[in-house]
Ligand binder design. Structure first.
Ligand code: AP5
Length: 189
């Protein structure tokens, strides 16, 4: 399984990636979680990333791409993965298409197998969910900025993957179990 979760902050990417990971025994790789671990351990990467994260900005690509490559080299990720929060802009998506799962990869099935899930949830529900959670970057002003960054930099990936016939839309404004049920059908098909 090679699955990418798109969707705005609070749409349930992490929640659903966790559910599918447990159900199908595939590693859940969240760039946000990896970054938060680096921040809490005060690594060099964490110190460079912290201000961007606190302000709701994307962390620069050069830091993110090395981090993702390093994670995907680990043994548990050799037969599949679920990417949550990556790619997050066109250049990261191009990196997936040229380096992680190249369009000319052999076997070809790998390219066909890549599925991209977009979770649709209205903005007011996103804000409510994130305010109720209260993570370090879950203050209303920062949430609104993360939504703006999402619209400007990440939402263009919807057309990017639609054009490649790899996109699945899911209504994420339902119960967690209902969303997981739909997702399970997509990944099992
Ligand atoms: P990241 O950790 O990826 O945060 P995000 O995209 O803002 O997403 P969230 O974790 O807030 O939301 P989610 O969609 O995962 O929803 P969740 O399941 O948690 O990134 C954080 C920061 O790291 C970025 O701002 C950036 O700085 C940096 N970063 C990360 N990746 C990067 C990259 N590739 N490039 C550059 N920078 C990067 O759910 C949210 C809440 O809603 C939870 O409380 C949950 O319980 C609840 N919930 C979920 N589903 C439902 C449901 N169906 N019904 C009711 N409640 C629900």
């Amino acid at each position: 399984m090679h699955l990418i979760f798109l969707g705005p902050p609070g749409s349930g990417k992490g929640t659903q990636a966790g559910q599918i990971s447990a159900k199908f025994t595939v590693p859940h790789i969240s760039t946000g979680e990896i970054l938060r671990t680096h921040v809490s351990q005060e690594t060099d990467l964490g110190q460079k990333a912290k201000d961007y994260m606190d302000q709701g900005e994307l962390v620069p690509d050069d830091l993110i791409l090395d981090m993702v490559v390093h994670r995907l080299e680990q043994s548990d990720a050799q037969n599949g993965w679920i990417l949550d929060g990556f790619p997050r802009n066109i250049s990261q998506a191009d990196f997936v298409a040229t380096t992680i799962i190249p369009a000319d990869s052999h076997p070809k099935e790998l390219v066909r197998e890549l599925r991209v899930i977009n979770l649709d949830v209205p903005d007011d529900i996103l804000v409510q969910r994130l305010l109720a959670r209260g993570r370090q970057d879950d203050h209303e002003e920062i949430i609104r900025h993360r939504l703006q960054v999402y619209r400007e930099q990440t939402a263009p990936l919807i057309d990017y993957y639609q054009d490649r016939d790899q996109l699945y839309h899911i209504d994420g404004n339902r119960s967690i179990d209902e969303v997981t049920e739909d997702l399970s059908q997509i990944v099992s098909a």
